[in-house]
Design a protein around this ligand. Structure first.
Ligand code: A2P
Length: 294
């Protein structure tokens, strides 16, 4: 399987490691994912637990409907803003330059932040723009660039883009994207996308690195869990890092939130990484962004 050029060697990888993005910014190598934490109070408590556990990178999105809770948790954590890396995303219903401009302002207001570190186009070919997603992405990205120049967004990126979506967008951008966040786990290794990401100097950020939890009872992984005396979740997070990806594990359970960051005291052997690579397809593949009803 493919390994990204962003990979940090086992000897150098620590809890403070960062990937240096193509614009020079630094991004902590594990982020706390908040997809599917809809309940306001649960989201607040989970993000606060993550920040207290040592996460400094939080990933949210307008469509997760938890930006306000994330913002409150950030504020109540007392952690200086500049120590944090906060990502949010533009939802599918925003299809014009003006829509995007308003959406950026609304996200910042909900998050109670003056700026986000990273802002992504959530979906490359959303239902409301399926007739002409190329123009839609060009227009919303223009609004993102403007917000970037105004100091409201430090870096720009995309999510769920496949190579043809990237090629189309890159024809018109002034500010290069820095990441492509995709569904990326042993069960869908998205080889064409991760290769393209590397070619374009984009970090491959991995949402659902545990296969939305579906991989946790996989016999091979349970065996490796025994061998390394680490949980299956920790094995999967380490597998993601071993490929040079940026895992974004989600949990609402305080012990698991801590556990998922505690992956820097072991490393997987090359043979075991290859064995895990063999799980491609085992619990399903990522949705096709051109046909999914989203
Ligand atoms: P919960 O949130 O109830 O703790 P993914 O990050 O791939 O989307 O996976 C998220 C799912 O995996 C959630 O159901 C989450 O449960 C579960 N999960 C997250 N971390 C762990 C862990 N360390 N051990 C077991 N299950 C976990």
């Amino acid at each position: 399987m493919f390994t990204s050029k962003y990979k940090i060697s086992d000897e150098k990888l620590t809890k403070d490691s960062v990937y240096v993005l193509n614009n020079g910014m630094k991004m902590p190598v594990i982020g706390f994912g908040t997809w599917q934490i809809r309940d306001e109070e649960v989201a607040y408590l989970s993000v606060l637990a993550a920040l207290r556990a040592g996460y400094r990178h939080i990933d949210t999105a307008e469509v997760y409907r938890n930006e306000a809770a994330v913002g409150r948790a950030i504020k109540d954590s007392g952690i200086p803003r500049k120590e944090l890396f906060i990502t949010t995303k533009l939802f599918n219903e925003h299809v014009t330059y003006d829509d995007a401009k308003n959406a950026i302002a609304a996200s910042l207001a909900r998050l109670q932040l003056d700026y986000v570190d990273l802002y992504l186009i959530h979906w490359p070919n959303p239902l409301p723009a399926r007739k002409d997603y190329v123009t839609r992405n060009k227009e919303v990205y223009r609004a993102m660039e403007e917000a970037h120049f105004a100091g409201k967004i430090r870096a720009l990126g995309v999510s769920n883009f496949w190579p043809h979506h990237l090629d189309a967008l890159l024809k018109t951008v002034k500010v290069l994207p820095v990441v492509n966040q995709i569904y990326l786990s042993p069960s869908d290794q998205q080889e064409k996308v991760v290769r393209k990401n590397d070619e374009l100097n984009l970090v491959s950020c991995a949402y659902s690195p545990l296969g939305t939890g579906k991989l946790l009872n996989e016999p091979l992984l349970l065996k490796l869990s025994e061998k390394y005396q680490k949980s299956v979740a920790q094995i999967l997070i380490r597998w993601s890092l071993a490929h040079g990806y940026l895992p974004l594990p989600k949990s609402v359970t305080p012990t698991r939130i801590v556990e998922n960051l505690n992956v820097f005291d072991f490393s997987l052997s090359a043979e075991d990484i290859t064995a895990i690579d063999g799980l491609h397809g085992i619990v399903g593949l990522a949705a096709d962004p051109d046909t999914r009803e989203f």
